[in-house]
Ligand binder design. Structure first.
Ligand code: PLP
Length: 424
């Protein structure tokens, strides 16, 4: 039985570490993969946009909603204490997942975008003034561009951009030259969502720190694909979304070093983020509550905790290995097709394959592949500066997860050939 067919079988128990990367067992944990689309088995290759959820995470959400739900932090009753304990336990799971020094350095947000906006408001509005400089890179997702542009407009700060080579790698020589006495923060994506390039963030952080500048890493496309250790990276902030990590939508994380989080101003005001309120004066809560105003997405945070448990059971190193093989296989097979041009050929890449076909608009490719049950993304991938740099309006993007198989890559290649025949 092929791995692709195996995905539609059902397993009796969820994946265990002892299963040693058994793809069949892993796929059986994802009920959505058993679906047909247009009468064909679903081949889900849009994981960079959002990943799918395994049964243990779905079960955890159902259990929370059916047996544990109450509002947290405020109640003296049993259910409230239970929900609070589960929510805080999820924070500890995320701390361990990232190897953060302390649980209070993990702030639950609604996603990467929200986390970056938190840094912009909390750090940027406090420490960045007219004439100060913010370093970003050509490879950023709009989520790590637009908030900083809003701040620049408000304060008169300047944005400096690290250029990119044709391969999709950043020009590190130019990066170093961008620093000066007015540089206040660096924002860099760990992995490009449009091209899959893995940026040398550890090196970039060390260089920024040599200039006394903190670094925000957008980890939305990195945490699902490789082990991330925020202490080893020594990043000041690290942002990501739960829905790209086999967790629910509406939840994300901002990791921040305690020294920064403590010195920053709150982003949102309201309940839970205060110690006392009077009309004369409000005293803010300590971190992490200072940044979690109002009722947080309790169920989603607990679901994200279950998702990182699930991923950790499989092991991020094993996930990275499998995805690397998929990427290599897909790269070799697509590169061999006449009329296909791969976009983004960095030496270090993760799980993303962008390409264009001669004479066929990417949207037509996506629409025709969908008819074959193959889900890919087409467009500018919320990374228009990358597209502009490469003189492209759009690409087709296949993005892999650990539950994808070589047979699915072959299905993609066959689908691309079929599209070429339609337009021949
Ligand atoms: N940063 C990167 C690199 C992304 O790929 C994405 C989403 O695709 C985001 C930020 C925004 O994530 P969200 O929409 O979950 O906030």
């Amino acid at each position: 039985m092929s791995a692709r067919q195996a995905g539609r079988s059902s397993a009796t128990a969820p994946y265990r570490a002892a299963d040693a990367f058994d793809l069949e067992r892993i796929r059986a944990d994802f009920p959505i993969l058993r679906q047909q689309v247009h009468g064909k088995p679903l081949v889900y290759l849009d994981n960079a946009a959002s990943s799918q959820m395994p049964q243990p995470v779905i079960d955890r959400l159902v259990h929370y909603q059916s047996a544990q739900h109450a509002n947290i932090h405020r109640g003296v009753h049993t259910l409230s204490a239970l929900a609070t304990a589960e929510y805080e336990a999820a924070r500890c799971k995320l701390q361990k997942f990232l190897n953060a020094a302390e649980a209070r350095e993990v702030i639950f947000t609604s996603g990467t975008t929200d986390a970056i906006n938190l840094v912009m408001h909390g750090y940027g509005r406090k420490f960045i003034r007219a004439g100060d400089e913010i370093i970003l890179t050509t490879l950023e997702h709009h989520a790590n561009i637009v908030p900083w542009q809003m701040l620049a407009e408000e304060t008169g700060a300047k944005i400096r951009v690290v250029p990119m080579m044709d391969t999709g790698e950043l020009c590190l020589d130019s990066y170093e030259k961008l620093f000066n006495a007015r540089t206040r923060i660096v924002g860099v994506t760990h992995v490009s969502n449009a091209l899959g390039s893995i940026n040398p963030v550890k090196l970039m952080i060390a260089l920024a720190h040599a200039h006394g500048v903190p670094v925000l890493v957008d980890g939305a496309q990195a945490v699902p694909h490789m082990p991330v250790d925020v202490q080893d990276l020594d990043c000041d902030f690290y942002a990501f979304s739960g829905h790209k990590l086999c967790g629910p939508t509406g939840i994300g994380v901002l990791y921040g070093k305690a020294k920064w989080l403590e010195s920053m101003q709150p982003f949102k005001g309201g309940g839970d983020m205060i110690l006392s309120v009077s009309f004369e004066r409000t005293v803010y809560n300590t971190i992490p509550q200072k940044f979690e105003a109002g009722t947080p997405p309790i169920a989603a945070a607990i679901g994200l905790g279950a998702a990182v448990d699930y991923l950790s059971t499989i092991g991020l190193a094993a996930i990275a290995r499998h995805e690397h093989e998929l990427l290599q296989h897909a790269t070799e097979r697509l590169r061999a097709l006449p009329g296909v041009r791969l976009v983004g050929t960095a030496r270090h890449k993760a799980a993303v394959l962008s390409f264009v076909l001669d004479g066929v608009h990417p949207h037509d490719v996506g629409t025709l592949l969908d008819q074959e049950g193959i889900a890919v993304r087409t467009g500018h991938h919320c990374a228009q500066p990358v597209m502009t740099r490469l003189n492209l309006a759009a690409t087709v993007r296949a993005s892999f997860a650990f539950y994808n198989s070589h047979a699915e890559v072959d299905a993609l290649v066959a689908g691309v050939r079929a599209v070429q025949e339609v337009f021949a």
